[in-house]
Write a protein that binds this ligand. Structure first.
Ligand code: FNR
Length: 378
């Protein structure tokens, strides 16, 4: 309504509302390296395409005369109400697209009441992002470091800074073959865009002979050693439980058996995700994995979803196939590139509006009314 009313006064929106056009717009303002890093995926890009194909395969079957005029997207996750079943996915190294990086993202999220998930590979520290997030809901994403003292220290800082839930990303214990970045020898962590949390950590610094300010190269090598190459195994999950007294979710689950193991290990939730097609080339579209996982988990844990969500209709489909909420990835980063905090705000608000309209026009009032029966495959 706001956009149409402004249109009556001769004013058009600050940025495109065609969410499919965002990527192209962002490409025009970013360096080829930064754009390639964000838009790119593993190998041939087959998994990224599979993510989109999976959404295209499911169709919404709208119902009429259901009186869906009064919609309510409010969702409860781990006892806390959020205004819509939407969160901002953990995305590292945001300073490659905008100098305010996660600080701008945090402010936009808080303004809209949408929870943000802060990446372990952020460009700003835990404490800086917490200050920018203020009264907002914030979760922390962990790349699980091999050093238990550093792990404990980072998690203690996150708890103290008001991060309520922990998202443990399992699919990136090492980086995949990503030709776009390899061809440019582009790894933003090496350019120190994603190491702020570790470099500011007392336990991490205690492991170094010289502080990172004096010997950055050695610190970065230590960072790489800490965050890559270790697979902790299912048996280590109780350690995280000892270090975190809030909800824990496992991100990167794509097999129903792994989802069951997560439940058996006492996890509070999972994020069905293939990291936006950035890790295993030739993997199945994330949405294809969702129904079976949702069925395997039932109501024993919260099932969240990401990878390929681009529109309100996509969100309706993921919610119908069993996700309690979805995480937005690349689209909000394109908003950040195009307009900092205001850009993130524009993209997320547009997606929320499109979700609400699509839900209503399909004949439903709440996300809870959605089930696989509102879709048809084919
Ligand atoms: C990511 N993602 C990610 N995930 C995570 O757990 N920690 C991280 O630091 C990052 N960093 C990151 C950087 C960039 C540039 C991208 C595009 C993605 C994965 C992210 O959380 C999410 O799973 C995907 O972005 C979802 O796919 P779409 O919707 O972006 O295609």
């Amino acid at each position: 309504n706001e956009i149409y009313l402004q249109g009556l006064a001769g004013q058009t929106p600050p940025m495109t509302t065609d969410l499919a056009a965002l990527e192209e717009a962002a490409a025009a303002v970013l360096t080829p390296e930064a754009f390639g890093y964000i838009a790119g995926g593993a190998g041939t890009g087959a998994t990224m395409r599979a993510n989109r194909d999976a959404f295209e395969r499911w169709k919404i079957v709208p119902r009429m005369l259901t009186d869906a005029t009064d919609r309510d997207l409010t969702t409860t996750l781990f006892g806390a109400e959020i205004p819509a079943p939407v969160l901002l996915a953990p995305i590292g190294v945001q300073s490659i697209v905008h100098p305010e990086a996660e600080l701008a993202t945090a402010r936009a999220a808080t303004g809209l009441g949408v929870p943000m998930v802060l990446s372990s590979a952020a460009s700003h520290t835990i404490e800086q992002v917490a200050a920018a997030s203020g009264a907002g809901t914030r979760w922390f994403q962990l790349y699980w470091p091999s050093d238990p003292d550093v792990c404990a220290s980072i998690l203690a800082r996150a708890r103290k800074a008001g991060f309520t839930a922990l998202v443990v990303t399992l699919d990136t214990w090492t980086l995949a073959w990503r030709p776009r970045d390899l061809d440019r020898a582009y790894l933003p962590f090496i350019r120190n865009e994603g190491t702020a949390i570790a470099m500011s950590d007392p336990a991490f610094r205690a492991r170094l002979q010289k502080p990172p300010e004096e010997d950055e190269a050695t610190a970065i090598l230590h960072w790489i050693d800490l965050f890559t190459g270790t697979d902790h195994g299912w048996g280590q999950l109780p350690l995280l439980r000892e270090l975190w007294d809030g909800p824990i979710l496992l991100k990167g689950i794509q097999h129903a058996d792994d989802a069951r193991r997560a439940v058996d290990a006492g996890m509070d939730g999972i994020v069905v995700s293939n990291h936006g097609g950035r890790q295993v080339d030739g993997a199945l579209g994330a949405l294809e994995a969702l129904p079976g996982i949702a069925q395997a988990v039932g109501d024993q844990a919260e099932v969240l979803f990401d990878s390929g969500v681009r529109t309100g209709a996509d969100m309706v489909k993921a919610l119908a196939l069993g996700a309690k909420a979805v995480l937005l990835g690349r689209p909000y980063v394109y908003g950040l590139a195009l307009g900092g905090e205001a850009g993130v705000r524009h993209v997320v608000r547009s997606l929320l509006a499109e979700l609400e309209l699509t839900l209503g026009l399909a004949g439903h009032r709440t996300p809870a009314e959605l089930s696989p029966s509102v879709l048809r495959r084919g």
